[in-house]
Design a protein around this ligand. Structure first.
Ligand SMILES: [Zn+2]
Ligand SMILES: [Zn+2]
Length: 136
């Protein structure tokens, strides 16, 4: 069916767009990037496909402390720096999964899981001396 083909093609496009991006785009950024070449694409379709792709674990949805959700095409275990000023999300390449696994070595207590959110003022914002005194 023509309609189904279009749906899966759009999903592929969206997945490709996220995989090639290094900057963890938002739904809106993905839409803006794809729209010129795909005039039939709607923002609702982007949202729907992002939801589907993250349910299928093909992408990871990242909730940010101060902005819209972002999406990551790298599904390997890795960590992120969240900029509290511009909401940019960067991969924390300097933190290895093996570093984190050390927390499981404590024999006195049983670690059942963890959440790691590293909040930062990114290089760019830091250079611009962004005022974050209002941030709590
Ligand atoms: Zn920033
Ligand atoms: Zn990432």
């Amino acid at each position: 069916m023509q309609l189904d083909m279009n749906y899966s093609k759009q999903r592929e496009l969206i997945l490709y767009e996220i995989k090639k991006s290094k900057c963890h785009p938002t739904a809106f950024e993905i839409y803006n990037e794809l729209k010129p070449g795909n005039p039939a694409l709607s923002l609702g379709t982007v949202y729907r496909n992002l939801k589907l792709l993250s349910t299928e674990n093909k992408i990871i949805k990242l909730a940010t402390p101060s902005g819209p959700d972002r999406f990551d095409g790298n599904t390997d275990e890795h960590y992120h720096y969240y900029c509290i000023s511009c909401s940019k999300v960067c991969d924390a390449d300097d933190i290895k999964a093996s570093d984190i696994s050390k927390i499981f070595n404590n024999p006195k207590q049983k670690i059942v899981g963890y959440e790691l959110n590293i909040l930062c003022i990114c290089e760019e914002c830091n250079k611009n001396n962004i005022d974050v005194s209002n941030y709590k």
